[in-house]
Design a protein around this ligand. Structure first.
Ligand SMILES: NC(=O)c1ccc[n+]([C@@H]2O[C@H](COP(=O)([O-])OP(=O)(O)OC[C@H]3O[C@@H](n4cnc5c(N)ncnc54)[C@H](OP(=O)(O)O)[C@@H]3O)[C@@H](O)[C@H]2O)c1
Length: 301
């Protein structure tokens, strides 16, 4: 873990701006989000696969206000043990969280497995982020006022239902685009299931999913390598322009209840019918909790 500004900072009072944790904050949409949220005065916890790339990204952020510096925490989302270590390192910082932005993603052209034996897109894009959110939930609840969990999904989530029988492509042939669609659907199913839990517990945490738009990033190149995009040609924006969209949902809109929403570039809209299937939301939650060993999120006060 690297501290970017004030090495020996004493803890601040709870009136200081709470931190925002962002996975994959070193490039693309994640970096743009980190830069915009830092400009708004929040310390950023950059959860990055490479500590060096995380440090380089942190150097591009507006300085953190007060005595809570930006922090880089190493995380390999392809290994659940690394997610646990990273969550413990974040907890050790002792900051309440204003938001967790589950942003990082992969789209490999060949079937690949995570360290724990799951298909890599399912593992990185969904399972690791599921575990991270459950482990960091107490830090979100601790924030005075509302905290948010943002699952960065995609318009690609519109499509068939989650395949509970063969989600890791052990029997059926691997299809990179289809696996991406499934992992992005899992992001929305998870956001809805978490929203139900925070609603039932009357917790001050709002869970939502975002289709951020289309940006010129490495992930887009990986997506396009699989063939022409649906509905193409479509406008491709510079990743920097994603920053205000993510920041608005993470730390903006005070007093608005965003819980359970799906946002297409910031506009609340209907997700796919598959994402609204409550049985699948709960089934995915139960399965994800059992294979990751994630702690329970309380469903009552
Ligand atoms: N770009 C688009 O057009 C578009 C459209 C719809 C949705 N989205 C969504 O937006 C989000 C961000 O995508 P992007 O386009 O900004 O992607 P990107 O530029 O390719 O960045 C991906 C990020 O994920 C990180 N990452 C990958 N594997 C990791 C691992 N095992 N552990 C930790 N970090 C890992 C990468 O870290 P390294 O630098 O270390 O590789 C990088 O920071 C994704 O959820 C994506 O599905 C993007």
């Amino acid at each position: 873990m690297t501290d970017q500004t004030a090495a020996d900072s004493p803890p601040e009072g709870d009136d200081a701006p709470a931190a925002v944790a962002i996975t994959g904050a070193n490039r693309g949409v994640g970096l743009a989000a980190a830069q915009e949220v830092a400009r708004a005065g929040h310390p950023i916890i950059l959860l990055c696969r490479s500590e060096r790339r995380g440090r380089e990204a942190a150097e591009t952020l507006a300085p953190a206000p007060g005595r809570r510096p930006h922090q880089v925490v190493a995380i390999d989302l392809a290994a659940l043990s690394s997610v646990r270590r990273a969550a413990a390192a974040v907890a050790d910082l002792g900051h309440p969280l204003a938001a967790l932005v589950n942003n990082a993603a992969v789209l490999p052209s060949e079937r690949t497995e995570s360290r724990d034996g799951f298909e890599l897109q399912l593992a990185v894009n969904h399972l690791a982020h599921f575990l991270l959110a459950c482990l960091l939930f107490p830090l979100l609840v601790r924030r005075p006022g509302v905290a948010r969990v943002i699952s960065v999904s995609s318009g690609a989530h519109y499509g068939p239902a989650f395949d509970f029988d063969d989600s890791s492509y052990r029997r059926k042939p691997y299809d990179a685009r289809e696996a991406y669609q499934q992992s992005k659907l899992a992001n929305v199913l998870f956001a809805n299931a978490l929203a139900s839990r925070t609603r039932a517990a009357r917790a001050s945490v709002q869970a939502l999913a975002l289709g951020p738009g289309v940006y010129d990033t490495e992930l887009l190149q990986d997506y396009l390598a699989g063939g022409p995009a649906f509905g193409s040609p479509f406008p491709v924006a510079r990743p920097e322009t994603a920053g205000p969209i993510v920041a608005d949902l993470a730390i903006g809109r005070p007093g608005e209840d965003l819980n359970g929403g799906y946002f297409d570039r910031g506009v609340r809209t209907a997700p796919s019918p598959a994402a609204l299937n409550e049985r699948d939301q709960e089934r995915l939650w139960t399965w994800s909790a059992s294979v990751t060993g994630a702690p329970d999120i309380p469903t009552s006060r």
